[in-house]
Design a protein around this ligand. Structure first.
Ligand code: MSP
Length: 647
């Protein structure tokens, strides 16, 4: 991560990208996943381009809202944070997020940074005491004036606000109105998209009031230096995470190598905090401003606003368990132009999987590898012979892709980068359709055949290289199938035509993506990895090979204990013995009571990816058949020891 140290000033500055830090009163959802995947894609792209990258995400753990949630659950705020932070970390693992630092605002190193910045702002004469009287929205942790309220409610989220009147310290935000305006006007790319920049410009032009930066009457936060009855406003605390995470005040060289941030991704709802308060705070503390704040849009779910009360919250783990990591990442980046609002639907997801992934991408790989094994005799990739018009056009499209892709990535137009890549994949498929290498094989025209085989593989390799930031696992699978090692090389080198090493073995590959017609089942939505009844009744959509079947480890087990999962009608938490002890959360609660389960012999999928369901780590799945109210558990008709593998 830290490739450049202090004093090594010759190298370029590293690339620093951040996500917002997420409140720990809520579990991860598609909105959090969106920003985090986008930042991960950009970080991977920059690493692939040869740059040192610092990619930071984390959790926002202080404030009234977290304290209140913890009180409602009857636990300490730190305990709530400790519980929920693992859900974020688990979700990011499921989505293959490779962040360099995970920051929590309750860490000691962060408290030091907050006090230090406070002292700097104070030394500049930017902090003064005074009474605050006005409105406060706790869900948004945001102050509002009487005039700003809409029908007496929070103008941002529409929820109830509270009247507060308390002793406070203020930040002289008004002093930074003119310098901030100058900065935004002089730097076109500072706030993006441009429509958002215009919103911020008119907000700043409208005048900036000084900002209350403390709260009193509760203690879940960082205390004001020298006045410990007051707590520092959670947004000031939270924004400073970007300094702490970069290594501010630490002596590991990271801060010098990476500050200021190159891109800070935020949702449109928190733009004011990042594009107005944050730069003003940095100016006051005498620190460089981020180069870019990029605000993305919001997802609706099947056309409706996502909300806990509507019960339509889409969790990253439900997407990954139903559709897989890479398909989820692809969908989020491809479906909606980054910056605009978008809509999630299972139907749209299925369409992307079936047409873009299974058809376009999957077909290209299986044709490329299939043709080599069928026509190249040795099964080795032949070297290319002379090129004709078809070959030259394909090569030319491959080199044009570099500009289209990198320009889109630099402009944070992830959907355009993928569109350009898919145009190329389409081109490569058409190359095969038009050149019909099987006819060369039949006619014994080996030189032409070899050129076609090489070029089809080469186009597939290049597509995989561009796919690396978006779908890291799929891209690696493709490169492995083509026996091409990309380690240590940059995008500039890897995207050059002709890099594929010939005379390597190419085996016919397994399909990358199965076509599917079934959307996420109810079980996925409940976040369960138990068997969904509708899936159990469906005929297999495609044939599986014996090897594919064998990858699933089915084992004999015995249920040791069972209890209902609080808050769910359907889920039961089981302790089972499958030669080792496992916890399994199963969706069988409408067919079985916990009392009748202990002692039952069952069949368990032992190598299923673990998932958190209602906060419990489920490490497997039971086999059952029937609908949710009439499930029958699969069992054996003879006694076989626990842990025996089914074959
Ligand atoms: N803790 C603050 C951020 C502090 S950053 C110094 C916060 N946290 S949050 O957990 O409420 O939300 C974080 C992000 O999720 C925001 O960027 C917000 O825009 C995003 N989203 C919440 N719902 C969303 C959608 N439905 N769609 C897309 N993003 C959404 O705010």
């Amino acid at each position: 991560m830290v490739g450049t140290g202090p004093g090594s000033g010759k190298r370029d500055k590293g690339f620093y990208v951040t996500t917002p830090i997420y409140y720990v009163n809520d579990v991860p959802h598609i909105g959090h996943a969106y920003t985090t995947v986008a930042a991960d894609v950009l970080a991977r792209y920059r690493r692939l381009s040869g740059q040192d990258v610092l990619f930071v995400t984390g959790t926002d753990e202080h404030g009234k809202k977290i304290q209140r949630s913890a009180e409602e659950r009857g636990i300490a705020p730190q305990a709530l944070a400790d519980e929920v932070v693992t859900k974020f970390k688990d979700a990011w693992k499921l989505l293959a997020i490779k962040n360099d630092v995970f920051i929590r605002t309750t860490e000691e190193r962060h408290a030091r940074v907050v006090s230090e910045v406070w002292a700097k702002m104070q030394a500049r004469g930017d902090i003064y005491p005074g009474p605050y009287e006005g409105w406060y929205c706790t869900p948004d942790e945001s102050y509002w004036t009487e005039k700003e309220l809409v029908d007496g409610k929070c103008p941002s989220c529409g929820r109830e606000v509270e009247r507060i009147k308390e002793e406070s310290y203020f930040f002289r935000l008004s002093k930074y109105q003119a310098p901030l305006l100058r900065h935004i006007e002089a730097n076109e790319g500072f706030i993006l998209p441009l429509s958002r920049r215009n919103e911020v410009l008119s907000f700043v032009k409208g005048g900036l009031n000084d900002l209350s930066i403390t709260r009193m009457g509760f203690d879940w936060g960082i205390k004001v230096p020298g006045d410990p009855k007051l707590v520092i406003y959670v947004w000031l605390d939270a924004l400073l995470n970007y300094l702490t995470a970069a290594g501010y005040l630490s002596d590991n060289g990271s801060f010098d190598a990476f500050w200021p941030p190159d891109v800070q991704f935020v949702g449109k709802d928190i733009l004011k905090f990042h594009a107005v308060y944050w730069p003003a705070i940095l100016m006051s503390a005498g620190l460089d401003l981020p180069k870019q704040i990029f605000a993305h849009g919001w997802w609706t779910i099947e056309g409706t606003k996502m909300s806990k009360s509507l019960g339509n919250v889409v969790s990253p783990s439900s997407l990954v368990s139903a559709y897989g990591t890479d398909a989820t990442r692809y969908f989020l980046m491809r479906e909606v132009p980054f910056g605009l609002d978008g809509n999630f639907s299972d139907a749209a997801m299925l369409k992307r999987i079936n047409s873009d992934l299974a058809n376009d991408l999957g077909n290209l790989l299986s044709r490329a590898t299939g043709m080599v094994s069928r026509f190249a005799g040795s099964g080795l990739l032949p070297a290319s012979g002379t090129s004709d018009q078809f070959d030259l056009v394909l090569q030319q499209k491959a080199s044009a892709l570099y500009d289209a892709y990198t320009t889109a990535m630099e402009g944070r137009e992830f959907h355009s980068a993928l569109t350009a890549l898919w145009e190329f994949i389409g081109e490569a498929n058409r190359y095969v359709d038009r050149t019909k290498p099987w006819q060369n094989a039949k006619a014994g025209d080996t030189e032409r055949l070899n050129t076609r085989l090489y070029n089809t593989i080469e186009a597939t390799r290049i597509a995989a290289v561009y796919l690396l930031p978006f779908m890291p696992d799929t891209a690696s699978k493709i490169l492995t199938a083509l026996s091409q090692d990309t380690r240590g090389m940059t995008l500039g080198q890897l995207s050059k035509w002709g890099l594929a090493v010939p005379f390597v073995g190419i085996a016919p590959s397994q399909p990358l993506f199965e076509k599917r017609t079934e959307p996420r089942g109810q079980t996925d939505k409940e976040n369960s990895n138990g068997l969904s009844a509708s899936q159990a009744e469906q005929p297999a959509p495609q044939l599986v090979s014996i090897d594919e079947f064998k990858r699933t480890e089915l084992k004999v087990g015995t249920i040791l204990s069972a209890m209902r999962v609080e808050g769910s009608h359907k889920l039961i938490k089981l302790e089972v013995d499958i030669g080792e002890k496992r916890t399994i959360v199963a969706g069988i609660g409408r067919s079985y009571t916990p009392e009748e389960l202990p002692g039952k012999r069952i069949i368990v999928v032992a190598n299923l990816q673990p998932a958190h369901l209602f906060g419990i780590l489920s490490q497997g799945m039971l086999l059952a058949a029937g609908d949710a109210d009439h499930l029958g558990l699969l069992s054996l008709d003879r006694d076989v020891p626990n842990g025996t593998r089914i074959k």
